[in-house]
Design a protein around this ligand. Structure first.
Ligand code: CNA
Length: 472
């Protein structure tokens, strides 16, 4: 397997470049795709040297808002000055209000968001830099908060969103202006057939889980797992044996489904067969009621989604499950280590957790692709099943993963797995599986958007992230 990183990209990626969106009235970002086209032609983000961004951010973090504005904005600042400063902070404003002249407050708001975001970026810890530091931490920590995403299930054939063969590229043929529209609640009400035409692609396999899921189970068995916040909707954690009380399914799951009209909830598996055959599952009671009404008045109007079952996964426009809010504040303060695995951390509010954990708490990333918009102390890059197996193998026998593939991945004495330093400044290491000859799938290059997921009370303003290193 090849690393998709240049030997050192520190100059470019520090700081990360982030796209800001306008704020809608409810604080949610709009889900439209973003581009630098929103900028006037005389503003080119790429003209700003990374060192200038680093220096500007450093000044803001060290001296605070007032000194920063005094130094970097002229007294009678124009909109152009504000835009230039936003760019200098490493952000590209999106959907700029027009005409410029009447909307200076909008620009000030965007600048304010950029400043807030910069101030919330953590500093990497000086004492957590190496693979050994990461291994020591995992073995010593007792309250590990694990954030997971689609990447921990891709080895089971469930596509993630953004990889080249990910879900978003699979639904391109639907001709949607944005692939996320298949998870839009309003659209579901207008036309549930859109969702049911693709839902089979993300239907979870039953009774399967990956070695990475087993790694989380080992943390649980050792009493080290504070909680696993999963963005996945596949419910595979339950098959891996992760206890309900240790799990928050931040975006709901396929485990149950509810009628959008009467709210009756059924076991998710009851509608799997219909999902597989691309049929819309309907609630028997509501269907009866509808038939009875239509018998009396065949002109009666029913919404397309009347009596339709919807898996209890969180669509854009829906609130997050309440147990996210029940636990998140306490867990953020209680954890002694944060591990993020298999996630691009582009979906708020889960992506916000990383910035909200106190700065003294170490953070480790396990992911195929590096993440530039967060400051992890150590990034262990590679397929997460390989990385989890590498960690387990290094930590000793009691860490062996309870998974049928563990010994195949590691080899008899762990000889299959190697780790290489990728970038010393960013503390990135690549786990290489010598027995795996598969070509790595690149994640879509270019500008990526943060989804307009349901935003909880504690959400930070919407931010869009721009990947600044095109995948090879
Ligand atoms: P994403 O934005 O698609 O990112 C996935 C990340 O995983 C990327 O950074 C990849 O580099 C990485 N990745 C992919 N394969 C591997 C692998 N084998 N090992 C290590 N890393 C890998 O997905 P996120 O989870 O960050 O975004 C959150 C969305 C995705 C949530 O709303 C989910 O509901 C949604 N989702 C869930 C599933 C699922 O339940 N399995 C599948 C697809 C999407």
């Amino acid at each position: 397997m090849q690393s998709n990183r240049a030997p050192s990209r520190s100059g470019i990626t520090e700081p990360s470049q982030v796209l800001l969106t306008n704020v809608t009235t409810n604080g949610a970002s709009d889900a439209s795709s973003s581009s630098e086209d929103d900028l006037e032609p005389n503003f080119n983000f790429n003209d700003i040297p990374p060192e200038l961004i680093t220096e500007t951010r450093k000044f803001l973090k060290e001296h605070g808002n007032i000194a920063f504005l005094e130094k970097y904005l002229p007294t009678a600042a124009s909109i152009d000055d504000i835009i230039r400063l936003i760019l200098q902070l490493g952000f590209v404003p999106k959907n700029l209000p027009r005409p410029h002249s009447v909307n200076i407050m909008e620009y000030i708001k965007i600048l304010n968001h950029a400043m807030m975001k910069v101030k919330s970026l953590r500093n990497r810890k000086d004492d957590v830099c190496t693979v050994d530091d990461a291994l020591n931490l995992i073995s010593k920590s007792n309250k590990i908060l694990v954030i997971t995403g689609a990447g921990i299930s891709t080895s089971l054939g469930i596509p993630d969103f953004r990889s080249s063969r990910g879900f978003y590229s699979m639904v391109k043929h639907l001709g949607l202006s944005d692939p996320q529209e298949v998870f839009d609640l309003e659209l579901f009400h207008v036309d549930p057939s859109l969702f049911y035409s693709i839902a089979h692609m993300i239907l979870p396999p039953e009774q399967m889980f990956s070695p990475m899921h087993s790694f989380i189970k080992v943390l649980q068995d050792k009493g080290k797992l504070l909680r696993n916040y999963t963005q996945n909707i596949d419910n595979l954690e339950s098959y891996a044996g992760i206890k309900k009380e240790n799990l928050v399914q931040c975006h709901g799951s396929f485990a149950t489904a509810s009628c959008v009209t009467c709210g009756v909830q059924v076991d998710g598996e009851e509608i799997f067969e219909q999902i597989r055959s691309k049929t819309i599952p309907v609630c028997p009671d509501c269907t009866k009621r509808k038939d009875a009404i239509l018998k009396k008045n065949d002109d009666y109007y029913f919404a397309e989604s009347y009596g339709v079952f919807k898996p209890d996964i969180t669509f854009f426009g829906e609130a997050l499950p309440s147990n996210f809010h029940d636990h998140i504040r306490e867990d953020i303060l209680e954890c002694d280590l944060l591990i993020c695995a298999g996630t691009s951390l582009k979906v708020a509010p889960v992506s916000d957790i990383v910035d909200k954990v106190p700065e003294k708490i170490p953070q480790i990333l396990i992911n195929k692709d590096p993440i530039d918009h967060c400051h992890f102390d150590v990034s262990l890059l590679g397929y997460c099943d390989d990385v989890a197996s590498y960690i387990a193998n290094k930590l000793g026998e009691s860490w062996s993963l309870p998974h049928k593939d563990f010994s195949t991945i590691t080899g008899e004495n762990g000889e299959n797995l190697e780790i290489e330093l990728v970038d010393v400044v960013l503390r990135e290491f690549q786990v290489i599986n010598k027995a795996n000859t598969e070509e790595e799938e690149p994640t879509e290059p270019g500008i990526l958007t943060i989804e307009n997921t349901p935003i909880g009370d504690d959400s930070i303003p919407p931010i869009e992230t721009k990947e600044n290193t095109p995948a090879v």
